[in-house]
Design a protein around this ligand. Structure first.
Ligand code: BDP
Length: 597
């Protein structure tokens, strides 16, 4: 699905702003059939949870309603009119006046509806969107809903970050011509100094298509006729980490000598490959430095915000980070566009966090039901997971910044059924995109002895908390455990190892001369101990600290106002660890640190 863009043949109206808002217990049975009777207004884009002071809204389990009126521009007569939601978390139903025009499950990928037949140019319509925050055993991420003795519904889930919901990304009204471009796929390669570009343009009707490649200055460097084909760019400027370069593939529908539709798809020419224990970008070994993150800020929750986008990238660059993982769901498309333009490498993750009934709120180990069974996570869960993969790849396939797909975070890998669950999903991912490596991250419960699925993936991705959840306060033991586990995995699979999570909760301003967990000094020492272990293992190809910033979590006794493993606070102030990482990472430039053991 193409990102909405204004072009010579397409127009856009952004519908962000204040919408009427109500939870479904406060309005009638069919609230879309008339104006929402509510005193509340909610900001779009923003999660609704932290906007209001009423805990009944914050804790509501079920549907909420957003409504506004929209005028179709009068110049759109004869055009097709699309409504596009960048996301509705976790499920959305869209009504134009009294008519249901779209339904979508999955909270972090876009969907659209062609509403041409329901609206008229120059006229207003009532747009109502119902959004549900419910997580069940057949959603990704999964969850369960329980009912208390006094009848209140409660949502439980297997991840620690707070279940923010609502319209956290933009909503658009778009015009497209009748015969229009529906999708573009670009796959690039490097043949010495020449860039190869395979392209495919999908159209709504069988119409003649031509494409042109423009360089960053807008000069045409290649062209072809036809909806699919291959192009060559001589003296190509590749897209490199830290040195982004983007071309545009301009696709046009040309009929009777007239351009009926045009769309410019940015792309970068680069290759990605896993060879032996190396991760290669453009044929050169790449060492990842960076973070697992969250879309999480005060008041907005998971609401996309361009100020935080710019600032977060500034802080990552300042710290010497060259990459991040979109933990634990696909991020707003603006984030990936920004990464494309600024040469930051991305591991793109689905919303499949918590495919693991042994994990509750990020903590592990209690007795639990089997993860994979008819009554727990089952074929329907896997179907939802497959759909999440399809939608992620469809949305993000053209981003040069995206170098690997992460199909799940910390699934259960040792239980019966794990392989049966994951094998088809990995096959599907590879079929959808044969060009990018595929991974899944392994929790502490996955060991090199009990794991049943790591061989399906290209890179061994480890989330490890030696010195925090294990060997708390004992960094010598932590370092030894970390190192011996790394060598065990390297010996078993001979694949690159990426440290996709390691971190320690830290209360900003707490200081100690001892190895005192929660102090800023401990977070620094924790990272240093882990780094020494990583540097002694040849197969380690990178390190992503958990987490970039402190973030909000579900209520519980293990977190005080959120997860405090941030290297920055929730309002983006550096803890001591940020300076320590900057000292280590700034001089690496994508190269593996020396083993100074
Ligand atoms: C890991 C999870 C991550 C949690 C983290 C933690 O992948 O989402 O936030 O633990 O406990 O297991 O801090």
């Amino acid at each position: 699905m193409l990102k909405p863009r204004s072009t010579a043949t397409r127009e856009l109206v952004n519908l962000d702003g204040l919408w009427r808002f109500a939870v479904d217990t406060a309005v009638g049975e069919h609230p879309w059939t008339g104006p929402l009777d509510t005193p509340l207004e909610a900001a779009v884009p923003a999660s609704y949870n932290d906007l209001f002071t009423d805990s009944a809204i914050r804790d509501h389990v079920g549907r909420v309603w957003y409504q506004r009126s929209v005028r179709v521009p009068r110049g759109w007569a004869g055009e097709r009119v699309l409504l596009r939601l960048d996301a509705a978390t976790h499920e959305g139903k869209v009504y134009v006046d009294d008519t249901l025009v779209a339904e979508h499950v999955g909270g972090y990928t876009p969907f659209e509806a062609d509403i041409t037949e329901h609206v008229a140019a120059g006229q207003e319509f009532r747009l109502t969107i119902g959004v549900s925050n419910e997580l069940t055993n057949t959603t990704v991420p999964p969850g369960t809903i329980t009912v208390t003795a006094d009848g209140r519904r409660q949502q439980k889930y297997h991840h620690d970050f707070y279940n923010y919901a609502g319209l956290a990304r933009s909503v658009w009204l778009c015009s497209v011509p009748n015969a229009h471009i529906e999708d573009i796929t670009v796959v690039t390669g490097l043949d010495s100094t020449t860039g190869t570009v395979e392209y495919e343009v999908a159209t709504s009707a069988p119409v003649p298509v031509r494409v042109r490649v423009l360089d960053a200055l807008g000069t045409e460097v290649a062209a072809a006729e036809g909806a699919s084909g291959a192009l060559r760019i001589d003296d190509v400027t590749p897209w490199r980490p830290g040195a982004a370069y983007l071309y545009d593939l301009v696709a046009e529908i040309v009929d009777g000598g007239e351009v009926r539709d045009t769309y410019a798809q940015p792309f970068g020419v680069r290759t990605v490959e896993v060879r032996g224990t190396q991760f290669l970008i453009n044929g050169e070994p790449f060492y990842f430095t960076g973070f697992g993150k969250h879309e999480d800020t005060p008041v907005r929750g998971k609401g996309h915000d361009n100020a935080y986008l710019v600032h977060d990238f500034q802080l990552m660059e300042w710290a010497g980070a060259n990459s991040f993982r979109t933990t634990h769901y696909p991020y707003a498309e603006e984030v990936l566009d920004f990464a494309d333009r600024h040469g930051i490498v991305v591991i793109d993750e689905t919303a499949a966090v918590g495919i693991n009934l042994a994990v509750e709120g990020g903590l592990t180990g209690r007795p639990h039901k089997p993860t994979y069974s008819k009554d727990t996570l089952n074929d329907d869960t896997r179907a939802a997971h497959a759909q999440a993969i399809r939608e992620l790849v469809a949305r993000d396939k053209n981003h040069p910044s995206v170098v690997m797909w992460c199909v799940a975070n910390e699934p259960s890998t040792h239980e019966e059924g794990a392989r049966e669950y994951f094998e088809p999903l990995v096959e599907l991912t590879r079929k959808l995109d044969p060009t990018r490596p595929v991974c899944s991250t392994a929790s502490l419960l996955t060991t090199h002895q009990n794991d049943r699925i790591a061989d399906l993936f290209d890179v061994v991705c480890l989330n490890r908390y030696y010195g925090w959840y294990i060997a708390t306060g004992d960094l010598a033991t932590a370092e030894a455990l970390m190192e011996s586990e790394l060598h065990a995995w390297a010996g078993k699979l001979g694949k690159p190892i990426l440290m996709t999570e390691y971190g320690a909760d830290t209360q900003p301003g707490l200081h100690s001369v001892w190895d005192a967990p929660w102090s800023e000094e401990y977070q620094v020492a924790y990272l240093e101990a882990n780094h020494r272990a990583f540097d002694r293992c040849e197969a380690v190809v990178g390190e992503h600290v958990w987490n970039f910033a402190d973030f909000q979590t579900s209520p519980g006794i293990h977190r005080v106002d959120g997860n405090k493993k941030g290297v920055f606070t929730r309002d983006r102030r550096p803890k001591s660890a940020a300076h320590a990482l900057r000292a280590r990472w700034s001089c690496l430039n994508g190269r593996k640190p020396a083993n100074n053991a």
